[in-house]
Design a protein around this ligand. Structure first.
Ligand code: HAM
Length: 410
């Protein structure tokens, strides 16, 4: 028997309905902020992701060569692709651009609960606004989208300027190594590499920065931050908007393209894989041959949100089983169409079953049986049987539709 590839999942209808209902809440949050959905290819030229995404992502990529010898990769994230699309298609569009997406990504990671090789992200990219208000809007939308799902989570907001000022004396490659340790919260490894670089005192100031929880303390640890005013403004807007967050200047982010404000979200009831949100301000367009446009965005790990939520109650569709004899079939087809036009799920027999067997099947799968034999067809009526109460009556199709609709709303 052939199995699905490791790290991927199948979703049965019940699970898909739950996923779609949660997805709809996130989409609605994005719509209310004015974000419009975009879609990019599942695979891109490999270079798109190797130019600035960072070591971590590069090692996890699904890379392949197509028949034309092109080096391609399944997208490990969507941001780079959205910025590529912006340069290709929308460079001259009025700024800012508010875009969102719900899309699957691929990373060759060791699978475990909440960590998959194919997973879905709900994200947004705000392109062309370089202001504290833009930074704050990305955080507000992420926050609204997650709150709308009902997940219980904590938001941490930071800014790379502090860390970068402490690391200013290191080569870019060394800075990246230090930040990779910070991102993984590997403080032992961090202290070892800093000792190796002959910078043990940097370890103390980085540790104080990671532990500090107020702006005042952070400004003291890393003084003369040019972005001071911007950071204060962003936090001021978040406070005014009533966003609940804590400051954390140890956020380094795993991807290399971030330039300023950064944020992460963590579900309270998940174990190791509890990060459900990541985002920040970044610049990527100029690396892909476009203008040096400022952007800010985030992605929510949709599958982790689903794991955190557990059972999601989903409103059930009312189902009408259209049960008919051969003589009643033509009329039954028209009745089924009328039910569907009225927005009601109507299912007809496909198995060549007799009336009794059709009714038995409907009682397992439907809420109502709409029975149509020769008598009903001749009279232009249906016998509507409530399969929960057993009650039945003969009605014309419009009245039957009204009854089924009334059941739906009660
Ligand atoms: P990221 O932090 O790499 O950021 O991913 C965002 C979220 O995707 C993570 O917080 C996590 O919830 C989820 N995620 C990542 N890997 C997996 C996995 N293997 N299985 C399940 N969920 C996973 C980005 O991707 C950036 N593009 C976010 C961004 C948008 N920054 C600016 N704009």
């Amino acid at each position: 028997m052939i199995q699905k590839p490791r790290g991927t999942r199948d979703f049965l209808p019940e699970e898909m309905e739950a996923r779609r209902s949660v997805e709809a809440k996130m989409r609605e949050a994005a719509r209310l902020f004015g974000y419009r959905e975009v879609c990019t290819p599942e695979f891109e030229e490999l270079d798109l992701f190797t130019l600035r995404s960072g070591e971590g992502i590069m090692q996890e990529m699904y890379v392949f060569e197509d028949k034309g010898g092109r080096k391609l990769a399944l997208r490990p994230e969507i941001t780079a692709a959205v910025i590529r699309m912006y340069i290709n298609e929308a460079k001259v569009a009025p700024k800012p651009l508010r875009w969102c997406y719900f899309a699957d990504c691929f990373r060759y990671e060791r699978p475990q609960k909440g960590r998959y090789r194919q997973f879905w992200q709900f994200g947004a990219e705000l392109i062309g606004a370089d202001t504290a208000m833009a930074d704050a809007e990305a955080i507000m939308l992420a926050s609204e989208a997650l709150n709308a799902t009902g997940v219980t989570w904590d938001l941490k907001v930071g800014h790379l300027a502090f860390m970068k000022s402490l690391l200013a004396g290191l080569e870019p490659a060394a800075q990246r190594r230090v930040m990779a340790h910070l991102d993984k919260k590997d403080f032992e490894g961090l202290s070892a590499i800093l000792a190796g670089m002959g910078k043990p005192d940097l370890n103390d100031s980085l540790t104080s920065l990671v532990e500090c929880r107020t702006l005042a303390e952070a400004f003291e640890i890393a003084d003369a931050i040019p972005e001071k005013e911007r950071v204060e403004q962003t936090m001021g807007i978040l406070d005014a908007a009533g966003v609940r967050y804590s400051l954390n200047f140890g956020i380094a982010r795993g991807l290399d393209y971030y330039t300023g404000m950064v944020f992460e979200g963590f579900a309270q009831n998940l174990g190791a894989e509890n990060q459900i949100l990541g985002g920040g301000a970044y610049r990527l367009a100029h690396i892909f041959g476009g203008d040096d446009v400022a952007s800010v965005g985030f992605a929510i790990g949709f599958d982790r949100v689903m794991v955190s939520l557990g059972e999601v109650p989903v409103g059930k569709d009312t189902i009408a089983g259209i049960v008919c004899t051969d003589e009643g079939r033509s009329f039954a087809l028209s009745v089924a169409r009328q039910f569907r036009n009225a927005g009601i799920r109507a299912e007809m027999d496909l198995m060549g079953r007799g009336l009794g067997a059709q009714l038995a099947h409907a009682s397992k799968t439907a809420d109502f049986a709409v029975v149509i034999g020769k008598r009903e067809a001749d009279a232009g009526q249906v016998t509507l049987k409530d399969l929960h109460s057993g009650e039945q009556k003969t009605l014309d199709p419009a009245a039957a539709i009204a009854e089924v609709k009334a059941y739906r709303t009660c």
